[in-house]
Design a protein around this ligand. Structure first.
Ligand SMILES: [Fe+2]
Ligand SMILES: [Fe+2]
Length: 483
């Protein structure tokens, strides 16, 4: 493979067919390969991206620099003309491998041969989630609660498309022919397709309404954040730099989720107060989503997202760490020897019908640790949500179910655990699961509220307007133009 001068620029070259800050113009073979992949990507976008959107003008942000300040600008864009590109945070010449067996070596600028297939698998698995979520959300535009929300949906979709570009760049640049084949396959799998599904289960679930979308961006995009943070510590420097920049974009996705659910809660609480209601069916009668249904959506999205962390005990996770490929969350801020060789970590499992803590070697428990770090951040978000009913004098509180609830992967798979952490028989589970997980009736009800609101400044009845608009614009700004 030709060695290219990776003089990373702060600003991004938009004169190129593929905007980039990796000096693509000086690696003709790579440029040609990516220019060949580009039309296939656009076909994928047109086929499985947001439906009926090719003529809309959407007020989107576009990355223009990898600088912390002023990294993006805003303007109307027709989505198929969006300038998806390749943006890496600048290289730090002194960067080292910061953990595992190779700690102290200079960070790798090429893929170490011994880790080639492992790294490729890590990149493909991350890359696969990006187009998957676009596919899951493709129909939501038809039922948007406002132009503001419609714009946010499209912003998320566009940037997930860019995240696919980020991973495909790595595959093309560093993995030769295998990488190119994987890049093709990323455009061929489809969310929910039984014959050729996306790799991870949560990315094959339907996102069929806007409550599910907000839950997804709060819970599942935040899993993305934690995975990206762990990869941003990688000794393979191009992966670290690519994922760093993806995190800049990811923050908005999680904002969309957290503020979206908060606005739903706010609206429901307003109606409960104004009409002095607590009974969920009466709350529904007012055309808003009852708190009990919101709780069931929380239970579902949290539990399927926990499965994305994989088994609590994992020899793969251990070898990713000792190999220097995937670190802990905030690895370089942790004050220890970054080897974990003699440390232990408490992991829950089921023993004789009870949930017990067991000390496991910290290396094999890294998935559990990353998941626990994630849960701390999720818990803080839930507490912010709970200030809303509190403010209204409503006693209901959203709670996170126990980590063992409704799990398909890891120590709890095959068991039945209630949201409050009791191990149940199958019969007990079946008697109660419709109280805990969204039922067909819940989906039908939430679906019945979804209607398209596209008059600037207007919002569907079941959600409040946001506190402020995008990029300091007013809430009634025309965020999407239908021309
Ligand atoms: Fe993403
Ligand atoms: Fe995202």
């Amino acid at each position: 493979m030709t060695e290219i001068a990776e003089t990373t620029q702060q600003s991004i070259d938009y004169a190129q067919r593929i905007p980039n800050n990796v000096d693509l113009a000086n690696d003709r073979a790579l440029q040609r390969a990516l220019e060949h992949w580009q039309p296939a990507f656009l076909n994928w976008w047109n086929e499985t991206g947001p439906v009926n959107t090719s003529t809309l003008q959407v007020y989107l942000r576009t990355a223009v620099s990898v600088d912390r300040d002023g990294w993006a600008n805003f303007g109307y864009v027709r989505m198929p003309e969006y300038r998806w590109g390749i943006f890496l945070t600048p290289r730090d010449e002194n960067r080292k491998v910061n953990f595992g067996d190779h700690k102290g070596e200079a960070a790798w600028q090429e893929v170490p041969g011994e880790y080639r297939s492992t790294l490729r698998r890590i990149i493909v698995t991350q890359g696969d989630t990006e187009p998957a979520s676009v596919e899951q959300q493709k129909l939501l535009g038809a039922t948007c609660p406002s132009l503001y929300d419609l714009r946010n949906l499209f912003q998320v979709n566009i940037e997930e498309g860019r995240h696919l570009w980020a991973m495909v760049y790595l595959l093309h640049r560093y993995f030769g022919r295998d990488g190119r084949e994987e890049a093709e396959a990323l455009l061929q799998r489809r969310s929910g397709d039984p014959n050729n599904p996306r790799i991870l289960t949560a990315f094959n679930e339907k996102t069929s309404n806007w409550l599910a979308f907000f839950m997804f961006t709060f819970f599942t995009d935040r899993d993305g954040k934690f995975q990206l943070c762990a990869l941003a510590e990688s000794g393979f420097d191009p992966l670290a730099r690519t994922t760093r920049f993806m995190l800049t974009e990811e923050a908005h996705h999680m904002f969309v989720g957290e503020s979206g659910v908060a606005r739903v809660l706010q609206r429901t609480c307003e109606v409960m107060r104004d009409h002095k209601l607590t009974d969920p069916s009466q709350v529904r009668g007012q055309g808003v989503i009852d708190l009990e249904t919101i709780q069931r959506f929380v239970n579902f999205h949290y539990s399927v997202t926990l499965d994305l962390y994989g088994s609590e005990i994992s020899s793969n996770a251990a070898s990713f760490y000792t190999g220097g490929l995937k670190g802990r969350y905030d690895e370089t801020k942790i004050n220890d020897n970054h080897s974990l060789a003699s440390d232990s970590y408490a992991v829950q499992e089921i023993e004789n019908g009870r949930i017990v803590d067991r000390q496991a070697p910290a290396l094999t428990a890294l998935n559990a640790r990353l998941r626990d770090d994630y849960t701390k951040e999720i818990q803080a978000g839930v507490e912010r949500w709970n200030r809303i009913p509190e403010k209204f004098g409503i006693s209901f509180r959203i709670t996170l179910p126990h980590a063992g609830f409704h799990r398909k992967i890891g120590n709890f798979a095959g068991h039945y655990v209630s949201p409050d952490g009791r191990v149940l028989s199958k019969e007990e589970w079946e008697r109660h699961s419709s109280e805990w997980l969204p039922s067909d009736d819940d989906h039908a009800f939430v679906g019945s509220l979804m209607g398209r609101v596209i008059e600037p400044g207007k919002f569907a009845n079941w959600i409040t307007p946001p506190a402020r608009g995008i990029n300091n614009l007013p809430i009634e700004f025309e965020y999407v133009r239908f021309s």
